[in-house]
Design a protein around this ligand. Structure first.
Ligand SMILES: [Zn+2]
Length: 272
């Protein structure tokens, strides 16, 4: 499943190929995604110039001149790439945004949990976006922020950092990895962690996500690859998926437990 680093890499990958281009056609082959594709997408985007490609949480936001913004979510299996318009569309290529240089921004999604919507309101006020917590890679996200929000919270720290109201983009894998790096047990109550430990945790979250983005950077050429799909990252993970293996720090066995229905991996010696 594409996580924040994949979405960031997607935005960086497509940006230079679509920015300042004008949309000359929109072809919808399948509009039944997680939500139906905005009905009048063709009329709303035609002849608009793309002015910016941004990411907010796991949404790719393509801004156009005028005030229409395309909101794209990759869901479980979606990807975006830029191809020549002569490249035949495959079975799961649900949407093409055709640009004035004969290239096409193509949305592919085998499982169809992704979304493509057009919004003309200020994007920060869109219902999918307005409730979201800060971006993890900004200064707004830090130990003080987490510590203040965690007050009185009885949920596990892992569920707490995975809640998009508190911070966006910390998926299951990155939550496990960040908590290991910070030495915090995933089941510890969110409200019972010191400011100092939250400072450590917020900095580990930034490091883990930044490393994943940097690793993904090597795959940027795949966004204009006609056969291949931009792959999701194969990363080096310290604990996630490693139950029963030796901890890299202390050589005790990595353990697994379920928290809020999600598999969590940790070292009971290194994480308290
Ligand atoms: Zn250990």
């Amino acid at each position: 499943m594409p996580e924040l680093p994949e979405v960031e890499t997607t935005c960086r990958g497509i940006r230079p190929h679509i920015i300042d281009k004008t949309i000359v056609d929109v072809i919808v082959r399948q509009n039944q995604l997680r939500w139906p594709i905005t009905e009048n997408i063709h009329a709303r985007l035609l002849n608009r110039k793309i002015t910016a490609v941004l990411r907010r949480a796991k949404y790719c936001l393509i801004k156009t001149a005028g005030d229409e913004t395309i909101i794209i979510h990759l869901g479980m299996s979606g990807n975006l790439r830029v191809v020549n318009h002569q490249v035949a569309a495959g079975k799961h290529d649900h949407l093409d945004i055709v640009l004035n240089d004969q290239s096409v921004l193509r949305f592919n999604d085998t499982r169809r949990f992704g979304a493509v919507l057009v919004s003309s309101s200020p994007i920060e006020q869109h219902p999918l976006i307005s409730h979201l917590g800060p971006e993890p890679l900004t200064d707004q996200f830090n130990g003080t922020h987490l510590h203040a929000l965690a007050k009185q919270k009885k949920c596990s720290v892992k569920s707490f950092i995975m809640d998009a109201h508190n911070v966006v983009g910390v998926g299951n894998i990155y939550a496990s990895e960040s908590l290991f790096m910070a030495g915090i047990h995933p089941a510890r109550q969110a409200g019972r962690i010191s400011l100092k430990r939250y400072e450590k945790l917020s900095s580990c979250i930034k490091t883990v996500l930044q490393q994943a983005i940097e690793q993904g950077g090597t795959s940027l050429k795949d966004f204009v690859n006609e056969q291949g799909k931009p792959g999701y990252f194969q990363q080096s993970l310290a604990v996630y998926g490693r139950a029963g293996e030796n901890c890299q720090q202390c050589s005790n066995k990595i353990k697994q437990l379920k928290l809020a229905q999600r598999a969590s991996y940790y070292c009971s010696h290194c994480q308290r």
